[in-house]
Design a protein around this ligand. Structure first.
Ligand code: WT7
Length: 646
């Protein structure tokens, strides 16, 4: 143990970071030819209480995957304890509040260690033991990271639910995992809004019999109701404990957390991630994709309620001893320059955000960007959906000033970590392409019959051929559904549900969900490329294309289009849009109908809820189904009113 603690971040960087294209090619090749040796070498850079006896065992027909069998560890010793000797006084987390006039917090590794151990003791005092599920429904305060790590410290399984979800969505998730304790807050600040989290949680808990205690962090100081035999104040609980808490020794395959992701239908899927493989891959991918160097200040703008926040705000950065920024607010508050103000203030070197945020910010005057000094930025990243050419260039020109590599990182809640992405400045980026797989990841393209396409330049269904350490092991409580969704359509492959094309150099471009394909007059049309074509028009901000039933063609296309402020929405513009699609893709892809809209119905992770658009386009707006996970439900009225019947 003492020996292992001597592994410093320097050693980690030297041994795990790929620094040249040649190194990448070598690492990739060895990961394919000799996966056990490849992953063993990586795993040896971490702190284990007991070494594993076997690197990998899997059977995708069960399906079951195991990594680092019989290895014992605790992820928080890797994220905290082992950094104390070499960088205890280095900042682990910079917390930036919603209101720019409030002070940021700089939390050192030593302070974070102390906070995590103390809160772990609070959990223990409230009878939380290894294997118990703890639901975390909190705003983006630093204590959210503390809560996550405190669970991991004692082997409790955290299930973070994004603090924008409704009481019904929260209750469904708590009940699915039968959580014992809820960690929440009185309220949360986001822009000029205050979310009454405790009220929402109280409503949810009316139908959650498994919850014994609710521990409430005080953030907004708003008036809240109190259930005295259940509710506890976070700060009062902390007065009862000290900050010494030995880490629970976990098996590599013990569950670290559950995180829910929406399925195409039905109830959310509780994706299960385990300790050893997840830790390793989050750290390895973070270090290589973002090329993190000592003293860098890395900022991922995601919420910890999503996998991006789990892997690339908390676990990946901390496991590598990085400094990670946590932002409580929103990009539009107090104005559209907030992201850039925060980059300037903390001298951010790596900035990682979503295309939807980039497009939203690109709509506003450039002075919101140019008012700030962005010279500290070295690397930019995107995640969550395909980035269209126009947004990519806006990001490159105006934020990166054409000097920062852009990593377009394709991955999923299920994959735990980034799968296809350039390594910043090491492998070449290419607009709208996620580019190459990380070492250890073997993507293939399948044709409609499930056969591997051997041509390099090709388009098809994306699948992954071999397991990697951070693959979600199952859906909590439903291995059958796990099998059906990910391993049944194409036996012996992991099927992510996306389509992709590959250029002659082997670069992958994600073309969108394969379930967003529309067959028009017998032609397979992906809606994503049609949207990209429409978005190329100078007057268009964003668009969404769906299919609707058509007497002759089977399906026809319906385009919902957002224009820039001040653009006059004429029939000529509709003609131009249709012609642009015809020019870019072919006449077959011309939308039959074009409706100008103020916004698109989006989930909180920025994905367009196409189900709703399909219903409206097909004239069935009466029953839109469950819209509780929409970020902007107010948009529906506008969509329905503008429906093009003709
Ligand atoms: C789906 C996964 C990964 C964390 C955030 C979303 C789409 C994700 C990209 C990208 C094109 C992307 C895919 C994927 N997606 N990243 N760089 N380029 N598409 O996680 O909610 O689990 O969604 O997001 O369709 O399957 P998620």
């Amino acid at each position: 143990m003492a020996q292992a603690l001597l592994i410093t971040i320097k050693k980690l960087l030297m041994t795990l970071q790929i620094n040249s294209l040649e190194d990448y090619q070598k690492a990739y090749q060895s990961s394919v030819e000799n996966p056990s040796e490849f992953w063993d070498n990586i795993a040896e850079n971490f702190l284990w209480r007991k070494k594993w006896t076997q690197t990998l065992a899997y059977d995708w027909s069960v399906p079951e995957t195991k990594w680092f069998l019989e290895g014992k560890l605790n992820i928080t010793e890797n994220c905290l304890d082992r950094h104390l000797a070499s960088k205890g006084d280095q900042t682990a987390i910079i917390w930036e509040p919603n209101d720019p006039n409030d002070a940021a917090q700089h939390i050192t590794y030593r302070q974070l260690h102390s906070k995590v151990c103390a809160f772990a003791n609070v959990l223990k005092n409230n009878k939380v033991v290894k294997g118990d599920r703890v639901c975390i429904y909190m705003p983006m305060v630093a204590e959210l990271s503390v809560a996550v790590l405190a669970c991991a410290r004692i082997g409790a399984i955290h299930s973070v639910v994004f603090a924008g979800f409704s009481s019904r969505a929260l209750a469904a998730r708590i009940n699915d995992a039968e959580c014992k304790v809820l960690l929440t807050a009185d309220g949360g600040f986001r822009g000029d809004k205050v979310t009454p989290l405790k009220d929402i949680a109280d409503e949810a808990l009316k139908t959650c019999p498994s919850i014994k205690k609710s521990i409430v962090f005080q953030r907004t100081k708003q008036t809240i109701a109190w259930t005295s035999d259940r509710d506890l104040w976070w700060h009062e609980e902390l007065t009862k404990v000290d900050d010494s808490c030995p880490a629970e020794v976990m098996d590599s395959e013990d569950i670290l957390f559950i995180l829910y992701t929406s399925g195409s239908t039905g109830k959310p899927k509780g994706m299960v991630h385990t300790c050893g493989g997840y830790m390793l891959y989050a750290a390895y991918s973070f270090l290589n994709v973002f090329q993190y160097k000592p003293n860098d200040i890395y900022w991922c703008t995601a919420d910890i309620g999503w996998i991006t926040g789990h892997s690339y705000i908390v676990y990946g950065p901390l496991a590598t001893g990085a400094t990670t920024v946590m932002f409580e607010g929103v990009p539009s508050y107090p104005d559209y320059g907030r992201f850039w103000e925060v980059c300037e203030k903390h001298k951010v070197t790596q900035f990682y955000t979503a295309p939807t945020a980039i497009r939203a910010l690109a709509k506003h005057p450039l002075s919101f960007v140019t008012d700030h000094d962005l010279s500290s930025l070295r690397i930019l990243g995107t995640v969550g959906e395909p980035i269209n050419e126009e947004a990519w260039h806006w990001y490159d020109d105006n934020i990166g000033k054409n000097k920062c590599p852009i990593v377009d990182t394709w991955w999923q809640t299920e994959t735990g970590g980034m799968m296809i992405s350039s390594l910043a400045g090491v492998t070449q980026d290419k607009p709208t392409f996620a580019t190459l797989p990380l070492p250890g990841i073997q993507p293939v393209l399948l044709d409609a019959d499930g056969a591997e396409i051997t041509d390099i330049k090709a388009e098809g269904i994306l699948a992954i051929k071999q397991p990697w350490p951070s693959l979600a092991r199952t859906i909590y409580g439903d291995n059958e559904r796990y099998k059906n969704v990910y391993f049944s359509a194409y036996p012996n492959y992991y099927f992510p549900g996306d389509g992709a094309l590959r250029d002659a150099l082997g670069n992958y471009r994600i073309t969108g969900r394969v379930d967003d394909v529309v067959i028009v007059s017998g032609h397979n049309l992906g809606t994503a490329p049609i949207e990209n074509a429409i978005n190329e028009h100078d007057n268009i901000v964003e668009s969404a294309v769906v299919g609707f039933p058509h007497d002759i063609k089977g399906n026809a296309l319906y385009a919902y289009v957002i224009t820039y402020d001040g653009v006059i929405q004429t029939d000529e513009l509709i003609t131009e849009i249709r012609n642009l699609v015809a020019k870019t893709i072919g006449a077959i892809a011309k939308p039959d109908k074009v409706q100008f809209v103020k916004g698109l119905p989006k989930t909180r992770s920025g994905k367009i809820m196409r189900r709703i658009l399909r219903k409206i386009a097909s004239g069935n707006a009466g029953d839109l189904g469950d819209t509780s996970t929409l970020l902007n439900p107010e948009i529906i009225d506008d969509l329905q009113k503008g429906f093009d019947k003709n």
